[in-house]
Design a protein around this ligand. Structure first.
Ligand SMILES: [Zn+2]
Ligand SMILES: [Zn+2]
Length: 279
């Protein structure tokens, strides 16, 4: 029965940005806090590192990749530390990048949509609004195009022309038990992925919430193109998951503490999000 399908969900860490401060990760003090409380809670000079992930969703029938990360060549251009090229970590999981058939791109920012050319057999799932945004007039402004890399966007345009893109507008299905949901705010057409697991529905939020703190404290990330949509998206993500705790942020190092390693030797690299949380 198709709707009985459940999946293993893996967070795969491939990079990190250690030299990062709290001030880099929040738009402004949270709206629920008074100015005095915000000042006390938010020492903006405290380090707050950020990890880079891609996600693997799989069962006996299929393997779906969520985001493709960025390449070794791009890391120094963005002053980031790349620990593994994403396809090399996938190899350790027994996955050949060239044989993956379905890739969901949460949004077209440089750290989510690079190395598209490694996935030569894939069909790419993306929101119409994200493609419009990344190829439209907003990109005339440096401040809005900064998180994008033009080569990634051009590669996605080429994929459209070769018939390898599946567009979604709002909610859409990738496979039985795997759906995408527009989760805009950080980017115009960001989408989250909801996956049915043996422990209920897990929501891969990607950059709809970079850290647990963004969604839990309702303190949006520093890159926010629409504040109101960002806050509505937080509500939607929590509704989509079986419990609010099962919304998985896109860049939080805490993910690796809150979920068990896939295998002992993948501690700190590949962790299992379909398992119950450890905390
Ligand atoms: Zn982003
Ligand atoms: Zn990101």
């Amino acid at each position: 029965m198709a709707d009985a399908e459940t999946y293993e969900v893996l967070a795969v860490k491939y990079g990190t940005h250690a030299e990062r401060m709290r001030a880099d990760n929040f738009l402004s003090p949270g709206p629920r806090m008074t100015a005095a409380a915000a000042a006390a809670a938010d020492d903006h000079s405290t380090p707050m590192p950020l990890d880079y992930f891609i996600w693997v969703v799989r069962n006996a029938k299929r393997t779906i990749l969520v985001d493709t990360g960025f390449s070794l060549a791009e890391a120094p251009l963005r002053a980031r530390k790349l620990e593994h090229e994403p396809r090399d970590v996938l190899k350790r999981l027994g996955i050949d990048a060239a044989r993956i058939e379905q890739v969901v791109i949460s949004h077209l920012h440089y750290d989510h949509a690079g190395t598209l050319d490694h996935y030569t057999g894939a069909r790419f799932h993306i929101q119409e609004a994200e493609m419009r945004y990344a190829t439209g007039r907003c990109m005339c402004d440096e401040s809005m195009r900064k998180p994008f890399t033009v080569d990634h966007v051009c590669q996605m345009v080429k994929n459209v022309y070769s018939g390898r893109v599946q567009f979604h507008d709002g909610d859409g299905e990738v496979a039985p038990g795997v759906t995408v949901h527009k989760a805009a705010g950080h980017s115009q057409g960001l989408q989250a992925v909801r996956v049915k697991t043996a422990n209920g529905h897990v929501v891969l939020a990607s950059d709809a919430t970079h850290f647990y703190e963004n969604i839990e404290q309702r303190k949006p990330f520093s890159i926010t193109v629409n504040l109101e949509e960002t806050l509505r998206t937080y509500d939607r993500l929590q509704e989509l998951a079986s419990t609010p705790k099962q919304v998985v942020p896109g860049h939080d190092p805490l993910v690796l503490e809150r979920y068990p390693a896939w295998k002992p030797e993948t501690q700190g690299i590949v962790h299992k999000l379909d398992a119950p949380r450890l905390d």
